[in-house]
Ligand binder design. Structure first.
Ligand code: DNO
Length: 407
């Protein structure tokens, strides 16, 4: 029983077309209405129009299906007022609920979202050159401290890092040209696809200041408040929630972090105990922490694993990392894949109608022709195609070996 192979598509302006995705062998589309502003309702008409575009080619004398299904929404961003627990949050929660009802009506079964404050996923370099000439996304701690301490000049930054790291960052800062400094700033604040908001330095500092009195505990309560209202509606609407882990899975800029470890995930799943309140297993995000046992998480919480982002990272000496090949790096993809396939079998065994788990290869390297093309960092066609092909082969090999039936 195969996993559902999906592909993240950034909508009509994505340089990767729906036909490319079909040719890559995916059958599921993961996307969002990026044009709808954060906090607004996703109206049913816009959802249905995008769904039609994904699933049908209407530019033919008779419409034909494309062989693709919109299977996951990634993401409907959670408004900052909800994250900060402001008095205006209920209004935004009502909008979120309405959006969930609407995607449920349209028949899209999974919603991936995150609860990271201020910034979505964060990298310091979108073009790290690997020894074979491929380009990869990377999070370099020294560069990060350069930004935090010497470009943003955040209060409290200096105390947050060890002296050695600060010294290294200072040396690097002094050796950087102003273009390099700008590039670093831009990469952190505005560089990544899917992150719906971007800030100027000044706005960014203001945003961080808004979190002055919000520690992990308060932030967790804000998530709990949100989920207590939203999860029952998701269940009613047939939409499985899939919270995405923090990327990277540790605090940035002194901001709270509540989706970085197995314990965090456990807390979230217990807020509303139902398969509709689940998580996205992002092996790359969780895998950055050596204390996260990925296989163990699947074994323990598999019934609520609603979506899988499969990728691997390679850690470096300062808690930084770069995106490794999908079957390389620190993630033991074999054991994760085996655990996911076992979970799928288990679901079939109890006749869960939603036994098929959607997965997508995440964050490919930029390789071959894509090196000279305009691409979304981490989402160029050929690198993701390579990743997906490797994962597909791994999956088939495991299925055929019979290992899914072992204990
Ligand atoms: C990066 C993605 C993130 C993710 C969101 C989920 O490639 O994994 O942008 O989509 O954090 O809300």
């Amino acid at each position: 029983m195969a996993l559902e192979q999906t592909w993240r598509w950034y909508g009509p302006s994505d340089p990767v077309t729906l036909q490319d995705i079909r040719q890559a062998g995916a059958t599921g589309i993961v996307t969002a209405l990026h044009e709808i502003q954060n906090g607004e309702v996703w109206d049913i008409k816009s959802i249905e129009k995008r769904k039609r575009l994904i699933e049908w080619n209407d530019n033919q004398p008779i419409p034909v299906t494309r062989g693709l299904t919109w299977s996951v929404v990634e993401s409907i961003p959670v408004h900052e007022d909800i994250k900060q627990g402001k008095s205006t949050r209920d209004n935004y929660i009502d909008n979120y609920i309405q959006s969930i009802r609407n995607i449920g009506k349209a028949g899209i079964p999974v919603l991936c979202y995150n609860f990271m404050p201020v910034v979505d996923w964060t990298r310091t370099n979108l073009n790290l050159q690997l020894e074979d000439g491929a380009r990869a996304l990377a999070f370099d701690m020294v560069d990060f401290v350069v930004f935090d301490q010497f470009i943003l000049c955040r209060n409290g930054a200096k105390e947050a890092y060890d002296g050695n790291l600060i010294k290294k960052a200072e040396q690097r800062f002094e050796s950087m040209s102003s273009e390099q400094k700008y590039e670093l700033e831009h990469t952190i604040l505005a560089g990544l696809p899917g992150a719906e908001e971007s800030w100027t330095l000044y706005q960014f500092q203001e945003k961080i200041d808004e979190y002055k009195n919000i520690d992990d505990n308060t932030y967790r309560k804000n998530l709990e408040y949100f989920l207590k209202k939203v999860a029952p509606v998701a269940a009613e609407s047939g939409v499985k929630l899939a919270i995405h882990p923090d990327d990277p899975p540790f605090s940035l800029f002194g901001l709270p972090r509540v989706v970085s470890t197995e314990k965090d995930i456990e807390f979230i799943l217990n807020i509303y105990d139902s398969i509709y309140n689940g998580f996205t297993l992002c092996t790359g995000s969780l895998g950055v922490r050596p204390d996260n046992d990925l296989e163990g998480i699947v074994k323990k919480h598999g019934s609520k694993l609603n979506f899988a982002h499969l990728r691997s990272t390679q850690r470096d000496e300062y808690n930084g990392f770069h995106e490794a090949g999908h079957l390389r790096g620190d993630v033991d993809m074999y054991s994760v894949m085996l655990a996911i396939l076992k979970e799928q079998r288990k679901r079939q065994g109890v006749y869960r109608p939603d036994h098929t788990i959607p997965m997508r290869a995440d964050h490919g390297h930029t390789i071959l022709d894509d090196l000279t093309k305009n691409t979304n960092p981490g989402y160029s066609a050929i690198g993701l195609l390579r990743g997906m092909a490797e994962l597909r082969g791994l999956e088939l090999g495991i299925e055929r070996s019979g290992a899914v039936f072992s204990n």
